[in-house]
Design a binder for this molecule. Structure first.
Ligand code: ATP
Ligand code: MG
Length: 822
């Protein structure tokens, strides 16, 4: 085998080859963006297989997103160049954990068909516990508790293991509620996202035999994006790799962007300690980006302290500088980017045409996406949104999913609660409380409780009949889920179908005998049409038993009255919702059954729906990790948005440094052209805000940046005077200071301050009185809308340095400041 040519090795540089060929023992590949870590990791899998070191199912590869796993599978398949017998286990920590947990669910008190809760369910459940514990939810929000619990789970802490020093959190009741929550999840046969890993770790720690089995099984472990593992994930890996120590991790400390979710860069440093003698490989050649792009990214990340430090170089031709442009507002930014994308698609600026698949917009916050979606819909520019569970977050989708969940596991109480009265079944608060009580007293799920309530006449009126229908509906759907592919039932239904058809033939014959106009013939016709619909239903049911879960899903939504509810709905959103439901059924096609689909959706963190045709990608910076595009747009580089307000408010630099790494990740996604932009005004959650360019813009090395001034816009300088461009429809050139000090600008600012709104169009037409100069001097007491009161401590061009009493020392543009009345 080894004698065969191995083209996948020829593509690698010596350092990569070293990492690929060191097959046994621990290996750590630590290198900057675009140096071919993922490429080497993929080659290593192929090499393991080619060298006969392991069979496919003895290799475990952990990626950060499902998308990345799919890509890796594709590449491995291609490199192997032949049909491989089976594929390695490739997936995210979560998807791999689900597989393991389904096999051993009983060891943590769950059944193998447990449900995975989403954040909404989690919060609803916590709220119930908080209310029951007589805690004021307003003062102690459920989200806060959810955050704490997630934090503990990320550190692999079960309720008993939470250190007592943390017990004072959440009204001194955090750990107690955490324990109750876990108990409740168990009764519901459910777990949340954090549990997937936590339960696995607990099982591995408590059951040596199970752990040993997996250690034997996964003889080689590979991990991409290692810098973003949290403690629970780290333990998971360490436990699995302990025996054979055949573990290869690749990562980049500068790209650690999940600290907020408990990731610990320290895991990289810990690796060499836990796996002494680890083979450490460093890669320095970047194959992805042009020198300008690389230099810009390196310049920004240099602002972080405490880096492991790396050199990066590239021999890619020089290419274009990173482009920087300012806009009036978010809408204009979206418009400009849309036009730019189309221009690049046609091929301009001496560049080869770049297809839409090669262009991406990477945003800091998902609310930025709407402007682009709106604009692209208007101009008919095809796009895809990657990374947001947006589609699956919609109300109708969640409702439909709740029905599917009930069909798969009728004891799913949260799903039951969600849809018991959707559509309206005449079950008000009282009826629902009665169901809860009956279920609790009998110690059964709500579905059973409801059955009992109906049976003993504990519910009256219109609701009784409808509740019975709902309960029986769930039974029926569950029956189909449980009996799919059951040969006995399939036979029974086939037979019934034959009988119905025979009956139909007989009726037709009778009808032929009777003359036209005979009153008996009318009855027969009615009979025939009834028979036809019975045949249709029987045929559909048979198809469902044969495995058509799409038909099953459709049937559930029909029989429950859910589809009808939206059909009868007269609101303007209703047609869209029906479209979405259709879309949902379409999405089922790629899965074997409902359960597989539900699992997928629960893990949809990096959701992606693929349709044919080239599309621009829109995604968050977080979702862009590991990806690359010839053309990248980075909009919204404004203080408060990027870096985020939260990171700026925080004491210490931790948050800000993570934002800076995010900037580094963003820039290094670009191969040929990277465009950074910012807007002076932005509507955030319905409120207009005036914005300042991001501090990260000041950190870009000037020599590698070109400041653009689009026609009709006023461009600013670069550097000390702040790279600030104010757009306007005016055709005279006026300096920025003139604009900021003009009465028109001030009026507009006043509007923003007093009414929270400003119409950019109005402001655009404002008349500039170009005589005013900066009206402030050192020592002045001033007010800023975002930062509050402060004292001017310095003046630099049109920027003031101000010592704010709350926000500390900041540099802000004079136009955003008003003198404070004493
Ligand atoms: P990131 O840190 O962003 O995840 P990475 O280190 O994983 O980056 P890859 O995505 O593996 O980098 O590689 C970046 C690009 O460089 C890819 O297009 C890849 O095909 C190319 N590449 C990697 N190694 C080589 C090589 N030895 N020769 C030519 N191209 C290479
Ligand atoms: Mg990578």
């Amino acid at each position: 085998m080894a004698a065969r040519p191995a083209p996948y090795l020829d593509d690698l540089n010596p350092a990569q080859r070293e990492a690929v060929e060191a097959l046994d023992g621990p290996v750590l590949m630590l290198a900057g963006a675009g140096t071919g870590k993922t490429k080497a990791l993929t080659a290593r899998i192929v090499h393991l297989l080619r060298m006969g070191k392991a069979r496919p199912n003895e290799i475990l590869a952990v990626t950060f997103t499902n998308k990345a796993a799919r890509e890796m599978k594709l590449r491995v398949g291609r490199m192997l160049g032949e049909v491989a017998e089976g594929m390695p286990w490739m997936g995210t920590f979560h998807s791999l954990s689900v597989k393991i947990l389904r096999r051993h669910a009983e060891l943590v008190g769950l059944k193998s068909n447990f449900t995975i809760l989403d954040t909404d369910d989690q919060i609803r459940l916590l709220k119930q516990l908080i209310v029951a514990a007589n805690i004021d939810e307003k003062r102690w929000p459920a989200r806060m508790l959810a955050g704490m619990i997630d934090g503990w789970k990320n550190r692999a802490l079960t309720p008993e293991r939470v250190p007592s020093s943390e017990a004072s959190g959440y009204a001194h009741r955090g750990t107690e509620l955490y324990a109750q929550y876990q108990e409740r999840l168990r009764t519901l046969n459910a777990c949340d996202f954090g549990d997937l890993l936590l339960h696995c770790v607990v099982i591995f720690q408590a059951h040596e035999d199970v752990l040993a089995q997996y250690q034997r099984w996964f003889r080689y472990i590979l991990v991409d994006e290692y810098q973003d593992t949290n403690v629970a994930q780290y333990l998971w890996l360490r436990l699995l790799a302990q025996g054979h120590r055949n573990i290869c991790c690749v990562g980049d400390d500068d790209q650690s962007i999940y600290g907020w979710r408990g990731a610990e860069v320290g895991n990289i440093l810990r690796f060499e300690k836990d796996f002494p003698g680890a083979h450490v490989v460093r890669l320095e050649q970047n194959y992805r980006s042009t020198p300008h792009i690389l230099a810009a990214a390196s310049g920004v990340i240099a602002g972080n302290a405490g880096r492991l430090g790396k050199t990066l170089w590239t021999d890619v031709k020089e290419g274009e500088k990173v482009r920087l442009i300012g806009h009036w507002d978010g809408e204009e930014e979206a418009r400009w980017i849309g036009e730019e994308i189309e221009a690049l698609q046609r091929g301009r600026r001496g560049l080869d045409p770049v297809g839409l698949d090669g262009q991406a917009i990477l945003v800091r916050a998902s609310h930025q996406m709407r402007a682009f979606e709106d604009r692209f819909l208007t101009i008919g520019l095809p796009y895809r949104v990657i990374g947001g569970p947006r589609f699956y977050e919609r109300q109708e989708i969640r409702d439909a999913m709740a029905y599917f969940r009930l069909a798969v596991s009728p004891e799913d109480d949260l799903a039951f609660e969600r849809v018991v009265n959707v559509p309206k079944r005449g079950l008000g608060d009282k009826a629902q409380a009665d169901i809860q009580r009956t279920a609790r007293q009998a110690g059964v799920a709500l579905h059973e409780g409801a059955r009992e309530l109906v049976a003993n006449g504990g519910i009256g009126g219109k609701g009784a009949g409808q509740l019975r229908a709902f309960v029986e509906g769930i039974d029926r759907w569950h029956w189909f889920v449980s009996n799919t592919h059951n040969p006995v039932e399939i036979d029974r239904y086939s037979e019934r179908l034959v009988t119905l058809r025979v009956e139909r033939e007989a009726r037709l014959e009778q009808l032929a005998v009777l003359a036209e106009g005979d009153p008996l013939a009318e009855d027969l016709r009615l009979d025939l049409s009834r028979l036809a619909s019975r045949i249709a239903v029987c045929k559909r049911d048979l198809d469902i038993l044969d495995g058509s879960h799409m038909l099953l899903a459709e049937m559930i939504l029909e029989e429950s009255g859910y589809t009808e509810m939206w059909q009868n709905d007269k609101t303007p959103e209703a047609p869209g919702r029906l479209e979405n439901l259709k879309e949902l059924i379409k999405a089922l096609e790629q899965f074997d059954n409902l359960q597989g689909f539900l699992e997928h959706v629960a893990l949809i963190m990096d959701n992606e729906t693929e349709e044919a045709g080239e599309k621009v990608s829109i995604m968050t910076l977080h979702a862009a990790k590991g990806l690359e595009f010839p053309v990248v747009f980075l909009p919204g580089w404004e203080d408060g948005l990027f870096p985020s307000q939260r990171s700026m408010d925080e004491s210490g630099l931790k948050g800000l440094e993570e934002e800076r790494r995010l900037a580094y990740v963003g820039i290094t996604r670009a191969e040929e052209l990277c465009t950074i932009s910012f807007a002076s005004n932005r509507r955030v959650y319905g409120q207009w805000q005036s914005q300042l360019p991001s501090r990260f813009i000041d950190e870009l090395p000037q020599a590698h940046v070109e400041v653009l001034t689009p026609p009709g816009l006023y461009g600013g300088g670069f550097g000390a005077a702040a790279p600030f461009a104010v757009s306007s429809a005016m055709d005279e050139r006026v300096s920025k200071a003139d604009v900021y000090n003009s009465p028109g600008w001030k009026r507009m600012q006043d509007r923003v301050q007093t009414r929270g709104v400003a119409q950019p169009q109005e402001a655009r037409g404002m008349v500039i009185d170009a005589t005013a100069v900066s009206a402030f001097s050192e020592g002045d007491r001033v007010f800023h809308r975002k930062f509050g009161y402060g004292i001017v401590t310095g003046i630099e061009g049109d920027k003031l340095e101000i010592d704010f009493s709350k926000a500390g020392i900041k540099k802000v543009v004079a136009g955003f400041i008003v003198a404070a009345e004493d």
